[in-house]
Design a protein around this ligand. Structure first.
Ligand code: AOF
Ligand code: ZN
Length: 355
């Protein structure tokens, strides 16, 4: 239930709830939208009187706070639920164990940590945002086996096949913002919208553009498909900023230098409640974000091709390290296949020296 709603709950977690009575499912629910009902009340509404004496299975600890809706723990207690099984505790400091405590005080039998690893994987972006107010950043690249994102001529249509590209659109649907460097916009004039074989949600489009080179006739400015935000520097021309604002673009100055202060940029995007960002390059921005330690997960789509070319652009452009021992390593590595392509993903290991 939670997996199906990933991407549509904003900065709220995707949560699923199933109510079981005498071996039969009597209620199903998911949190569908921030500001609307949580998973448990939906499932309780379906269960009706059958909830009395039943077991509720929830992917997240039921809440104990009055937020946009009343506490789910109170609702479970009032419905006469006998047992609550949850996958993980709510990392929200407003809840953090107090939901379980409330249920226990009311005499409900509880169990925590069932399929916890799966649940934590799903709630990782929520966990990061609710505890730091910084967006969870997923870096995605699509390259040849030799790490090139285009030929030396600039041609990049297409590196990976249709299955991998569909997976990327599904990733866009699951993130609240999509971030690219101005070089990518100037080279490709992308629309950065979600185009799936079924309808999806469009993330806000964010461009790192320290000297405000974003052209007024760019699709990102003209198409109105989703909000467009430009991250720029203090040094950028105010007249140009005014022109972009008049065209409907939000311009945010990050840091006091002549380039975009990426850490400050993430803080500002967090203030706008953009809780998850898909970073789609190019190589320089990828390199800078990685070096600054601002990337939470990397997804590298690799096509079984070799393009070569001394000047062909690559997925990561940064000074790099002198010694292999200093390389950025990935933890929690996963490998998936999409048609002829593969995706290697993992979390950049935190290290001293970076950032
Ligand atoms: C639950 N069940 O289905 C969800 C929970 O903005 P509000 O008022 O909806 O509250 C959001 C917080 O509630 C969120 O940060 C998280 O702590 C919890 N989410 N809790 O019992 C749910 N979505
Ligand atoms: Zn709740």
């Amino acid at each position: 239930m939670a997996a199906k709603t990933a991407g549509q709950t904003g900065i709220n977690p995707a949560v699923g709830c199933v109510i079981v009575k005498d071996g039969r499912i009597v209620g199903l629910g998911a949190h569908l939208k921030r500001g609307e009902g949580h998973a448990e009340p939906h499932a309780l509404a379906m269960a009706g009187d059958e909830a009395r004496g039943a077991t509720a299975y929830v992917t997240l600890e039921p809440c104990s706070h009055y937020g946009r809706t009343p506490p789910c723990s109170d609702r479970l207690i009032a419905a006469g639920i006998a047992r609550v099984v949850v996958a993980e505790l709510d990392p929200n400091p407003l809840v953090a164990g107090s939901g379980m405590a409330k249920l226990q005080t009311a005499g409900i039998e509880t169990k925590t940590g069932v399929m916890e690893a799966e649940a934590r994987r799903r709630s990782e972006p929520f966990r990061k945002f609710i505890t730091t107010r910084l967006p969870y950043v997923t870096l995605k690249t699509a390259s040849t086996l030799d790490g090139r994102i285009a030929a030396a001529s600039g041609d990049s249509r297409w590196v990976t096949g249709p299955e991998a590209r569909e997976a990327v659109h599904a990733m866009r649907h699951r993130h609240m913002g999509i971030l690219v460097g101005i070089g990518t916009v100037l080279a490709d004039d992308p629309s950065l919208t979600t185009r799936l074989s079924v309808p999806g949600l469009h993330p806000a489009r964010i461009v790192a553009d320290s000297s405000l080179r974003l052209p007024l006739d760019a699709k990102l400015v003209q198409d109105g498909a989703a909000p467009t935000i430009v991250l720029t520097s203090e040094a950028a021309d105010e007249g140009r900023a005014a022109v972009l604002r008049a065209a409907g673009v939000e311009v945010i100055r990050c840091g006091s230098g002549s380039s975009v202060d990426l850490r400050e940029a993430m803080r500002r995007l967090g203030e706008l409640e953009l809780g998850s960002i898909l970073l789609e390059g190019g190589g320089r921005l990828n390199g800078s974000m990685l070096e600054a330690g601002l990337v939470d997960r990397i997804c590298l789509f690799l096509a079984p091709k070799i393009i070569g070319g001394e000047d062909a652009p690559s997925s990561f452009r940064f000074a790099g390290f002198e010694r292999m021992a200093d390389a950025i390593e990935l933890d929690d590595v996963e490998v998936e296949r999409y048609g002829r392509d593969i995706c290697i993903s993992g979390k950049p290991a935190a290290k001293g020296g970076i950032g």
